[in-house]
Design a protein around this ligand. Sequence first.
Ligand SMILES: C[S@@+](CC[C@H](N)C(=O)[O-])C[C@H]1O[C@@H](n2cnc3c(N)ncnc32)[C@H](O)[C@@H]1O
Length: 319
Amino acid sequence: MNRSSSNSQPDALVGWMECLADPTRLRLLRLLERHELGVVELCDVLQLPQSTVSRHLKVLADQKWVRNRREGTTHLYRTLLDELDPAARRLWIVARDQTESWATTNQDQLRLARRLRDRQQGSQTFFAGAASQWDKLRGELYGHAFTTNTLLALLPRDLTIADLGCGTGPVSAQLAPHVNQIIAVDNSAAMLKAAKKRLAHFKNADLRKGDLEALPIDDAACDAALLLLALTYAAEPDQVLREMSRILKPAGRAIIVDLLPHDREEFRRQTGQQHLGFAPEDVQQMMSRAGLANPHITPLPPEPNAKGPAIFLAVAEKD
Ligand SMILES: C[S@@+](CC[C@H](N)C(=O)[O-])C[C@H]1O[C@@H](n2cnc3c(N)ncnc32)[C@H](O)[C@@H]1O
């Protein structure tokens, strides 16, 4: 804004000048220009009684030089230069220049730095005692889902991902907000119906009925393919992996989670699985045979309350 368009009215000009015509208020404005501070902090930095500081803050607030907001029982003050009338802002800049070399304002800055360090003391004391408990406390206080969401936010937005043997769609539902398209495939009408309900509000989720052994997806259509807890249901795992490889773009990523070898025959029978888990070296060979390069298999640490057999994570890239 140019100068002539922001010429002030006499009352306003006199009001601003009166506000600035006090060393304590100038000191306050300097402090509050960069930091949001409470009255107790201001008293400490200015070394003035609360009644004096509050009185000056009221003058500044009445004239809209500072704003305050409540946080718990504390009122935090701040100068909002951008919200000042341009003429008042210019007056302040002139006044502030004049305070630059004052010994008092330099002392204020030193006490302010110490006060700001004190603010961190509380968190440092807390974490000094909480380090050994933090992981547990973190979950108790804030839950676990936000960590997954944070990591999902790292994904490039333009990905097309296949969720093979999607079941009721828990994985697709987590991925859908973060990627371009999800193609979810399953051959169970009941599971797909539940997935459709869960994914109804995601326009980028495309649910398809089909077999893992003959996927209803074009060649090289996907950036990544997930096969979570589904390979163990396949009569011909090699064929499933060939299909997984076929639908991937060059360098597309294949990710499998399934069971490590176990001997729980009753569990296998009850869950309708075809295999008693897979040895990492067998998965590695199957992936290589299917044209999935650099297979990397990691046994996952069993979670405390997980009742099923231990599982692995396998990651490879389309050759
Ligand atoms: C244990 S569920 C896992 C679902 C999901 N991936 C998850 O992590 O929750 C296995 C899913 O694979 C599906 N499935 C098993 N064999 C299949 C096949 N040959 N073709 C397509 N889907 C199959 C089942 O219908 C079931 O929904």
